[in-house]
Design a protein around this ligand. Structure first.
Ligand code: AHR
Length: 495
């Protein structure tokens, strides 16, 4: 089946940069993300540095993840950093009351996290504790991390094996302070933010990018109060969290066993994020027309029911072609709104929610979502090329959504990268793109697709859904013509 062709026009008029931090990831002390994900048993037979799993590190290096947010999530507001430093045998055992009441042995703490980031080659993004911590505790943590001079805390870092300061700059002041971070009103939080942020100091060599805990989904009042009450010079970013839930929070829907109706609903709910971005951005524009404060979507992704037979508090879910289409569409939306969105973190990297990687003891697999980040890495820090087009509709029952979404950028070498998504479950769609210039000597394509929307990678068949070379496209002067199969993500590169 063919739908009508789409005409896209690319322009070369923007100077907006697609911040690489849009491609950030998130790792919480939750289920098997840190423990048994990144940080494994010393006897597990996989390549390791200390207890950090190196096959996971290598996979994340390949897709150039720019930053990793840690230690939560909800866990961040119960985490006391001084529990997780020094001699591991002497670290206190706590209870992870946020996620399943399991024992937190604190074997993975600040220095282990910073080592993980160093191995991946990404920046740390630390979420500080506002819910149960004090301004003193937050100030001390930053001194331990970033102070190069003589002080008891900087010396403690040296004693723990790290002579040089870590220069951590991405810094969250609390997490979901409207909910698990302390059930606050925005007015109360804005006051607390000012108090805590005052003690988050810029030690020589590091300028902090302080990010305030922002709205839940469509809580526009939260954004309004934070923008009004917090001096903008003291807030580098304001966050917003949005999860795609197919049905409702009580019955979210299965990650693997779903029909076209749930496929459609998942996509429709994912695309809703653009409406949220437009409305939160409009509020931010009112106070900050020059767009100095970043909108940080530092938790996003699809949240399904946990895999049957797993601990429900561990949020372990499989990952299908549908989830890859959700990731690809969301990233296109983020790219096209890069004037305001300058940070985003998919929840949560390994074994939790919309993971890039799943592990089972020695085994490891890359999910369909991982392959999207591999295709899209070309957009990191490239210049946005705005697109204009009207998409055909993908109709299911009496509802419809745009079948096609896309974004494009030009990198520092002059190469143009276009990422195109066809959400229609049945129709192939031809996209004709008018390019800003005709100097396209070389072209290449890659595609992520599969036969069924609920196709997944398993430990038995780990490469069922993966990127392949794509050649069903033509270039002619300033025109590019691409035939997009149903349920596909395509990257075209022109140089
Ligand atoms: O990502 C899982 C949880 O979702 C996080 O801990 C919390 O911030 C959000 O509610």
């Amino acid at each position: 089946l063919y739908a009508q062709a789409v005409q896209i026009t690319l322009s070369d008029t923007s100077h907006e940069k697609i911040s690489k931090y849009i491609y950030g990831q998130f790792a919480e002390h939750l289920g098997h993300c840190i423990y048994d994900g990144f940080w494994v048993d010393a006897n597990l037979n996989v390549p390791k540095k200390d207890r950090i799993r190196l096959d996971v590190v290598e996979a994340l290096k390949k897709i150039q993840i720019p930053d990793l947010r840690w230690p939560g999530g909800c866990f961040a507001d119960q985490y006391h950093w001084s529990d997780g430093i020094g001699d591991r045998s002497k670290r206190p055992q706590r209870v992870n009351t946020s996620w399943g009441m399991v024992t937190e042995d604190n074997s993975f703490g600040t220095d282990e996290f910073l080592e993980l980031c160093k191995l991946i080659g990404c920046e740390p993004y630390i979420a500080g504790n506002v819910g149960t911590g004090t301004p003193q505790e937050m100030e001390d943590w930053l001194e331990y991390l970033n102070f190069n001079g003589k002080s008891t805390l900087a010396d403690l870092r040296r004693k723990n094996g790290h002579d040089a300061p870590y220069n951590v700059s991405l810094w969250g002041v609390g997490n979901e302070s409207w909910g698990c971070g302390g059930n606050m009103t925005p007015e109360f939080y804005a006051n607390l933010y000012k108090r805590y942020a005052e003690f988050c100091k810029n030690y020589p060599g590091t300028s902090l990018k302080k990010i305030a805990s922002g709205a839940n989904s469509d809580d526009y009042h939260w954004t309004d109060v934070c923008m009004k009450d917090i001096p903008l010079r003291d807030m580098w970013g304001l966050s917003m969290h949005y999860y795609t839930v197919v049905n409702n929070w009580q019955h979210k829907g299965s990650a693997t066993s779903f029909d076209e109706s749930e496929y459609f609903k998942g996509l429709k709910n994912c695309l809703h994020i653009e409406d949220l971005i437009n409305k939160h951005s409009a509020i931010m524009d009112k106070y900050d027309p020059q767009k100095k404060v970043a909108l940080a979507v530092d938790e996003w992704g699809i949240w399904t029911d946990p895999e049957p037979g797993t601990n429900g508090a561990f949020l372990y879910q499989q990952n299908s072609l549908r989830d890859a289409l959700i990731a690809a569409s969301t990233l296109n939306i983020f790219n096209n709104h890069c004037d305001r969105i300058r940070v985003a973190n998919l929840a949560q990297t390994v074994n939790v929610l919309q993971s890039l990687i799943l592990t089972d003891k020695e085994k490891m697999l890359l999910t369909p979502t991982y392959y999207v980040f591999d295709l899209y890495k070309k957009h990191q820090d490239a210049t946005l090329l705005p697109l204009q087009f009207t998409s055909p509709q993908y109709t299911f029952g009496n509802e419809s959504i745009p079948a096609i979404n896309a974004s494009a950028s030009k990198d520092s070498t002059g190469a143009i990268h276009i990422t195109l998504v066809n959400l229609d479950a049945r129709k192939k769609i031809t996209v004709n793109a008018a390019m800003p210039e005709s100097s396209m000597k070389k072209s290449s394509g890659e595609i992520l697709t599969s036969k069924k929307f609920n196709d997944i990678n398993t430990f038995e068949k780990p490469y069922k859904v993966k990127n392949e070379i794509f050649s069903d496209f033509k270039t002619n002067g300033k025109t590019l013509s691409v035939n997009l199969p149903p349920m596909s993500v395509v990257l075209i590169t022109l140089q």
